[in-house]
Design a protein around this ligand. Structure first.
Ligand SMILES: NC(=O)c1ccc[n+]([C@@H]2O[C@H](COP(=O)([O-])OP(=O)(O)OC[C@H]3O[C@@H](n4cnc5c(N)ncnc54)[C@H](O)[C@@H]3O)[C@@H](O)[C@H]2O)c1
Ligand SMILES: [Fe+2]
Length: 381
């Protein structure tokens, strides 16, 4: 067995811990912050900007709306440099964190996002200090070295990554998610669950990623419904925030067929990432079942639906049933119907998948065109 694991240098978790940001910036003696942020009308933004102002720490606020593309990131890098920033703070969901992660890397390494995304330009310099503060609970982007970026030239949604791009510090404060609408809470929660499940059955899973994955699943199972229906329940929000973080740690083991489909199709049809993952997850489990039956049986245990003494196959099916039940309970999307109106050109779609995630080989069932077609057809029902 051989594996590599990369994690943040520091993780700060808990209600009210947002206030640690100022102490950290002071300790690192930072002069000006590039604050990549979600909407400035949100409470979280008001808290962070207020804190920085009170502490006399200069910052430049760069709002990012929607999933990031090349232009947003390259422009952000220019602003980082022209504003004389010396560190980056991301305050937002996966979109904001990925934009911040990439522009922070570019600020030290030069060049354009596309060169790293498509043409293998090497990251050679350590990026400035990067602190990630998530405001959604789904992507776990604060725990990964990866950024997902929409390429404006070929419209593909493709990842770029480097070990040095992971946030140095992650601050997880569940108070930031209490204003997250139910629709986003539910779909992003299913994204976290899909990271945990896909990484657990991945052919590249390690004892470390399995440990993170199982804990993440158990937390989603316990807290997602409450987080959706009692938005101010801090225990549930904290549980989901941790689940998302642990899912991000687990996904080092690689994505599976749900993400292999969700990422390119999300880019192609403008389907929010969490929605796309929610739709594909149960079908991915069904199609993979014969190739990872024992592992899905373990998942049933983590989800509290294993029957002692029953066969692995029965327990694996219990796990799938529980995922569908949870999806239904929280009203997360379960079909592509509402997102894809016209009959798609299958050849073109397969080509898009092949050019983005089609090279990934750690799904337990070998990735073939037939498998892509089959899961797509199921998800359109
Ligand atoms: N880097 C990674 O490892 C990784 C992993 C999975 C997904 N992703 C990427 O992350 C992106 C999706 O991120 P996401 O699912 O977190 O969604 P998001 O960041 O796009 O946010 C979704 C919406 O929620 C709003 N929002 C965020 N926090 C809020 C809050 N607390 N209250 C109210 N509204 C809030 C945002 O403004 C936005 O409109 C996609 O591009 C996806 O591909 C990255
Ligand atoms: Fe995801």
């Amino acid at each position: 067995m051989a594996f590599e694991m990369i994690t943040n240098r520091q993780l700060i978790f808990g209600e009210g811990k947002l206030k640690e940001l100022v102490n950290l910036l002071k300790w690192y003696n930072k002069k000006k912050v590039m604050l990549v942020t979600y909407g400035q009308h949100h409470e979280g933004y008001k808290m962070v900007s207020g804190m920085l102002e009170d502490a006399g720490i200069p910052y430049y606020a760069y709002p990012v709306s929607g999933e990031p593309d090349l232009h947003v990131i390259d422009h952000g890098r220019d602003l980082f440099l022209s504003e004389g920033c010396d560190c980056t703070v991301a305050l937002g969901g996966g979109s904001v964190i990925d934009a911040a992660k990439t522009l922070n890397m570019l600020s030290a390494n030069g060049g354009f996002t596309e060169e790293y995304q498509l043409y293998g330009k090497a990251v050679t310099k350590e990026p400035p200090l990067f602190i990630a503060i998530p405001t959604t609970s789904g992507t776990g982007a604060e725990a990964t070295k990866t950024a997902v970026v929409i390429n404006n030239n070929n419209h593909l949604k493709k990842s770029l990554y480097h070990t040095s791009m992971i946030a140095d510090i992650a601050i997880l404060d569940p108070t930031l998610t209490v204003e997250l609408p139910k629709k986003i809470t539910s779909a992003t929660g299913m994204d976290a669950l899909s990271h945990a499940i896909e990484s657990y059955v991945s052919l590249n899973a390690s004892p470390m990623t399995e440990m993170y994955g199982l804990k993440s699943m158990a937390l989603v199972n316990r807290h997602l419904k409450t987080a959706c229906f009692e938005p101010e329940n801090i225990e549930a929000r904290a549980g989901m925030m941790l689940a998302s973080y642990l899912g991000g740690c687990a996904i080092t083991a690689g994505i599976g067929i749900a993400h292999i489909m969700a990422q390119p199709l999300g880019g192609q049809y403008h389907i929010p990432h969490g929605d796309a993952c929610s739709i594909f997850l149960p079908y991915a489990m069904e199609l993979n079942l014969p190739y990872a039956t024992g592992k899905y049986a373990d998942i049933a245990k983590a989800l509290g639906v294993d029957e002692p003494g029953a066969s692995n196959e029965t327990n694996a099916r219990n796990a799938i049933a529980r995922v569908r039940q949870l999806q239904q309970e929280v009203g997360a999307p379960d079909s592509l119907k509402g997102y894809i109106k016209e009959e798609p050109n299958m050849e073109e779609l397969i080509d898009v998948i092949k050019r983005t995630t089609g090279h990934i080989t750690c799904n337990p069932r070998p990735l073939t065109e037939e498998l892509m077609r089959e899961i797509f057809t199921l998800a359109r029902q």
